[in-house]
Design a protein around this ligand. Structure first.
Ligand code: GRF
Length: 203
């Protein structure tokens, strides 16, 4: 399966996907990494790993539909079959998300449907939740709402800061994102209505 990764920043989840896909038995090949920010550190990391990279600078486009059209064209040009959002910090238009329905994944640093949006670790600490975590899901028109593929939970400790909690969550992101991509590429995670049904698997 030909997979493209969209990033905006440091790209640690991107690297976890690239590293997983390097294994001979992994059912996906990372064909390109695209960033909406030309200066994103993740682009250099992907290039060092031998992956083709591309910047599609959102500032060069008049509006969201024009940017999304350029992104869509870039994804089709590299013949991507699956798209993974990995710290991609742009809202996407419904036209774009519908075009990739069932074929675009995202990772979110919270246990959805709690803490959609930004600053999830700060908000989890402020709410006093005792479990926090991360979620992979299929992308739909509404942000952080699509069918959930996998989740991992971590404890929230009394001494946690957003940084220490975020690091604990991030380690789990790097486990469930490659595992989720594998399930999707193997056809073992399927959307049924608003849910994802998953065949048996082991991490
Ligand atoms: C991660 O926490 C991810 O869950 C969120 O944005 C962050 C990106 O980090 N969507 P990285 O660029 O993958 O290191």
């Amino acid at each position: 399966t030909r997979v493209a990764i969209l990033i905006s920043g440091r790209g640690s989840n991107m690297m976890s996907l690239i590293e997983a896909a390097a294994a001979p038995d992994f059912p996906a090949e990372i064909v390109t990494v695209i960033s909406n920010r030309p200066e994103a550190h993740g682009l250099a990391r992907a290039a060092s790993a031998g992956i083709a990279t591309l910047a599609v600078d959102h500032k060069a486009y008049a509006d969201r539909p024009a940017f999304d059209a350029a992104l869509d064209a870039a994804l089709r040009a590299c013949e991507a079959q699956i798209v993974c959002l990995a710290g991609f910090m742009r809202l996407l238009t419904p036209a774009f998300t519908q075009g990739w329905h069932g074929r675009m994944l995202n990772i979110h640093p919270a246990l959805l449907p709690s803490f959609k949006g930004l600053h999830t670790h700060e908000r989890a600490l402020a709410e006093g939740v005792k479990l926090h975590g991360c979620t992979t899901h299929f992308v739909t028109a509404e942000m952080d709402v699509g069918p959930i593929i996998m989740q991992a939970a971590v404890p929230v400790l009394d001494a946690d800061t957003p940084d220490t909690l975020g690091a604990r969550v991030l380690a789990q992101e790097h486990v469930i994102y490659p595992a989720s991509l594998r399930l999707v590429c193997e056809g073992r995670a399927r959307i049924e209505g608003t849910r994802v049904v998953i065949d048996e698997f082991a991490l």
